[in-house]
Design a protein around this ligand. Structure first.
Ligand SMILES: [Zn+2]
Length: 419
């Protein structure tokens, strides 16, 4: 009784806080007390088999794998058993994060400044969707001749997908698309994209011609339901929050749901999988909204830049299968390398450039392939920091240096596009 009364009060409270976006359910937050992030060496085939078998045996998850090592996330209950198996087989590993819950709590200290006048973000904390939308509203209010907002659709839980257009209105401008936050837990992505937006707008008069003569279209949070879910319920959530009538589990991986080569390699048709492709191409409102936007837009798009984390990669199509270069792969590679050099000059961080399927793994139905498939030349997925020290839970002090790298990437591509 008390419990349900409390729930109603919380629901009402919540409705006031999120007038534009009412979550359908309130769940108890998932805790990760004692959970750890390990980096496990993968020296040979035998080792790989033992390590990857842990996923079936113990429900550990792999955040990132390369030929040499795997970043493995373990709940507290499985740590001792996993440790025993690795020790028995002389497999080397190191503990990167000792207690994920403490780490998450440290990350999530945030200023709550909803509705303040002269609202701005500061890039020393991760902000809520509401804060990010207010930030966009504020830019439009402050710079009505430069900025405008378009709601290109609504998420499954009815949150708006807001695209900020930044344009000097000149005819003949080329166009560049930027999106962030398609994967919910990759918080550094929306944080970096808002930084880029802020710099473009606030310093507009000092921008070079290759920035000013572009119509910019920016979707900072592509997966708003997932993003809010990671803030309120489960920090490790990746997908959106839809659930098909025949699905056992919630969520579709929006970056496997785009219509180009949908359902091929590197996807799952199991709704409980992290890489569930959905019931069909563009089955989700969040991916459909982006496709509709491009279908109804006559701009001359030259770049499609989608920001993720983590791993520090600059990736270009085709990603749906191995060994399938685009006709202009050499140009994309060259531009990526130039960006990577410029990014390294900032803070010494290395971003590795290459074809996404060959460098990482094939993934059909990803948005960068879709962008390329509709004729946008410079289509990239950028995996921001880090390389596995903290993984998805990147401490706030790294927001600014990472955002500057993302910003430099965008500047480099814009300069190349203008040539
Ligand atoms: Zn991602």
């Amino acid at each position: 009784m008390a419990q349900s009364t409390l729930s109603v009060i919380f629901l009402i409270f919540n409705c006031f806080l999120f007038i534009e976006s009412v979550p359908t359910t309130l769940e108890t937050p998932v805790r990760y007390d004692g959970a750890q992030l390990w980096n496990v060496s993968l020296s040979d085939e035998q080792t790989r088999k033992i390590v990857f078998d842990l996923e079936n045996e113990f429900d550990v998850s792999f955040w990132r794998t390369s030929n040499a090592a795997a970043d493995m996330f373990l709940k507290k209950s499985v740590i001792e058993s996993a440790r025993q198996i690795l020790n028995e087989n002389n497999i080397e590993y190191s503990v990167r994060v000792e207690d994920m819950q403490k780490h998450i709590e440290r990350e999530s200290r945030q200023p709550y400044r909803d509705g303040q006048q002269n609202y701005g973000l500061t890039w020393d904390a991760y902000y809520s969707l509401n804060d990010i939308l207010l930030f966009l509203d504020n830019l439009v209010e402050k710079y009505p001749n430069l900025c405008s907002l378009e709601t290109i659709g609504y998420s499954h839980e009815n949150r708006p997908l807001k695209v900020l257009k930044i344009s000097n209105g000149k005819s003949g401008n080329k166009a560049i698309w930027i999106d962030g936050g398609i994967h919910a837990r990759e918080w550094i992505s929306p944080a970096s994209v808002t930084y880029i937006v802020n710099d473009l707008v606030e310093n507009w008069n000092n921008q070079p011609a290759y920035i000013q003569n572009v119509n910019w279209y920016v979707l900072p949070v592509h997966n708003p339901d997932g993003y809010e879910y990671t803030r309120n319920t489960n920090r490790m959530w990746r997908k959106n929050r839809s659930k098909g009538s025949n699905s056992k589990c919630f969520g579709v991986d929006l970056n496997r749901n785009f219509g180009f080569k949908w359902g091929g390699k590197g996807v799952s048709h199991d709704s409980c999988s992290e890489i569930y492709a959905g019931s069909g191409p563009f089955s989700e409102p969040e991916s459909t909204a982006v496709a509709d936007f491009f279908a109804n837009n006559t701009e001359n798009f030259e770049a499609f830049l989608t920001f993720h984390s983590y791993g520090q990669w600059i990736l270009y199509p085709w990603g749906y299968d191995n060994g399938i270069p685009t006709d202009d792969a050499e140009e994309l590679d060259l531009a990526g390398r130039e960006a990577s050099e410029n990014m390294k000059a900032l803070d010494g961080q290395v971003y590795t450039v290459g074809n996404s399927a060959d460098l990482l793994y094939p993934a059909a139905g990803a948005s960068d392939d879709y962008g390329k498939s509709i004729g946008i030349k410079y289509s990239y997925t950028i995996e921001l920091r880090d390389t596995g020290r903290y993984g998805f839970i990147l401490p706030p002090e790294f927001i600014l240096p990472t955002a500057k790298e993302a910003h430099t990437f965008v500047h480099t591509i814009a300069r190349i596009v203008a040539k």
